[in-house]
Design a protein around this ligand. Structure first.
Ligand code: TLP
Length: 348
């Protein structure tokens, strides 16, 4: 699909604009007051979403960050601890909101391609002791953004769920890119989320909706999540306007993510052939590529500045590390242009 602003924007899949079909559906959307539960389009989106992830109920939320925080607040009380992977978005990129609003702390465990060692997870679950916080839940991120969009294997998820059940604690999945994980494995989203009690899923990343996502779990969880969503100012009114795009995201855009994955693989393979690049091709499993430039070559900000001159955008993460993300508006020709621009800049 041609880029809506003429740029090759690889900074994130969050930059995707709604498709013409989404805009049409938004224009025509039937709406009501969703705080009263009366928006038919939101209600439909929630039903479709719950079915996709195999849960009793879903709640439409404004963003991935809101989805995670309402899920965590609904399942914790002050003074508790949650276990997550050290690069997790909830730990690194969500403003410390669980400490801010929920009075909980996080116990971060370094993962391998986003997966924590199950033995370490089990050892991190707190015993009952007057000195310790209580462990409330284990949080996954699937796909794992910081590890390079990696997919958590199903047998790993099953193992962690078993451990959690043995200790009577819950499992939450930050599935901002759950549909990428499902496409990558060639399974249904519910085949993944059956190993989590609750899930948050973004509609405005690779799925192209202009905003929003959903959380899902039991009916009781959904009731709690709705309360916290309201408390945080996320009780919207005629939000069917946005949910109409979300329905297309779920039903249609989720089916094409394999194309983004194939382009990411081709881009990463091409980058790996350029002198001065350090690319771990094993980490490129979906639509995210994380790589570095080697010492003696352009730094990440230098390379980004050179490419920007040609209308190619991507995110330097620090002096050497770079992230590129493919999505609906990145074509095969864009992959070729990016490789040519990077090759030329690195040769100078
Ligand atoms: N990720 C964004 C940035 O915040 C880093 C991106 O460009 O990738 N979970 C995961 C795994 C995410 O990657 C993100 C956004 C979120 C949650 C939060 O979603 P939003 O931005 O909708 O609040």
């Amino acid at each position: 699909m041609p880029s809506p602003n003429g740029l090759i924007d690889l900074r994130s899949d969050t930059v995707t604009h709604p498709t013409p079909e989404m805009r049409e559906a938004m224009y025509r959307a039937e709406v009501g007051d969703d705080v009263y539960g009366e928006d038919p389009t939101v209600n439909r989106l929630e039903e479709i979403a719950a079915a996709k992830v195999g849960k009793e109920a879903a709640v439409y939320v404004t963003s991935g960050t809101m989805g995670n925080i309402v899920s965590l607040l609904s399942q914790t009380t002050r003074g508790q601890e949650i276990i997550c992977e050290a690069g997790a978005h909830i730990f690194v990129n969500e403003v410390g909101n669980l400490a801010m609003f929920g009075g909980c702390q996080m116990r971060a465990i370094k993962g391998h391609y986003g997966a924590m060692d199950p033995a370490e997870v089990e050892a991190a679950i707190r015993a009952e002791n007057v000195h310790y916080p209580r462990t409330a839940l284990i949080a996954h991120e699937n796909t794992n953004n910081a590890a390079g969009g990696t997919i958590l294997p199903l047998d790993y998820l099953a193992k962690i769920k078993g451990i959690a059940e043995n200790h009577n604690i819950k499992v939450h999945m930050d599935g901002a890119r759950l549909f990428n994980a499902a496409a990558g494995l060639g399974v249904e989203p519910k085949d993944i989320t059956k190993y989590a009690d609750t899930v948050q899923c973004c509609l405005s990343k690779g799925l192209c909706a202009p905003m929003g996502g959903f959380v899902a779990g039991t009916k009781e969880f959904a009731k709690e999540a709705r309360r916290y969503r309201k408390a945080l100012g996320g009780g919207l009114r005629q939000s069917g306007i946005a949910a109409a795009a979300g329905i297309i995201a779920l039903e249609k855009m989720s089916l094409r993510l394999g194309e983004d994955h194939a382009r990411a693989k081709r881009l990463a393979t091409g980058l790996a052939e350029i002198p001065g690049m350090d690319v771990d091709l094993d980490s490129v499993q979906t639509n995210i590529i994380r790589f570095s430039t080697k010492e003696g070559y352009l730094t990440a900000p230098e390379l980004a500045a050179k490419c920007k001159e040609q209308g190619i955008l991507f995110g330097p993460q620090n002096k050497r590390a770079i992230r590129m993300v493919t999505h609906y508006y990145i074509s095969d020709a864009d992959v070729d242009k990016t490789l040519a621009a990077v090759r030329e800049a690195m040769a100078r």
